[in-house]
Write a protein that binds this ligand. Structure first.
Ligand SMILES: [Zn+2]
Length: 115
């Protein structure tokens, strides 16, 4: 409810649950993904109730590999153990924070295209 009230648009990274299952993750992972899917459905319902939007950004969008500041691609960020992105443009930012900003920007771009 907190998320639904504070923002007009919520952007999330969509997960392809089928391909994840095919990759044979253990039970713990499968439960986590089901929970996330349920969370998204509930959030979408709450938002649509308030004339707000839930935008799902394709999971293949390389949100953690693009510098949100200058747009440079950082293929080295495919390595999940790298927690910070350092870019030639001078930006140093946490991996998840940069990805979140990119998902938001991409979500807003998709929304603008759909409207
Ligand atoms: Zn940059």
């Amino acid at each position: 409810a907190e998320i639904a009230n504070r923002y007009d648009v919520v952007c999330v990274e969509s997960l392809d649950m089928k391909s994840m299952a095919n990759r044979g993750f253990g039970n713990g992972k499968a439960t986590l993904d089901n929970g996330y899917g349920m969370f998204l459905s509930m959030l979408e319902y709450k938002l649509s109730d308030r004339n707000k939007y839930l935008v799902k950004v394709d999971k293949w969008y390389p949100s953690s590999q693009i510098c949100h500041c200058c747009g440079a691609l950082h293929p080295e960020m495919k390595d999940l153990s790298i927690r910070k992105m350092t870019c030639d443009c001078g930006l140093t930012i946490g991996r998840d924070q940069n990805a979140a900003i990119n998902i938001l920007n991409e979500g807003l771009r998709l929304l603008a295209g759909a409207a």
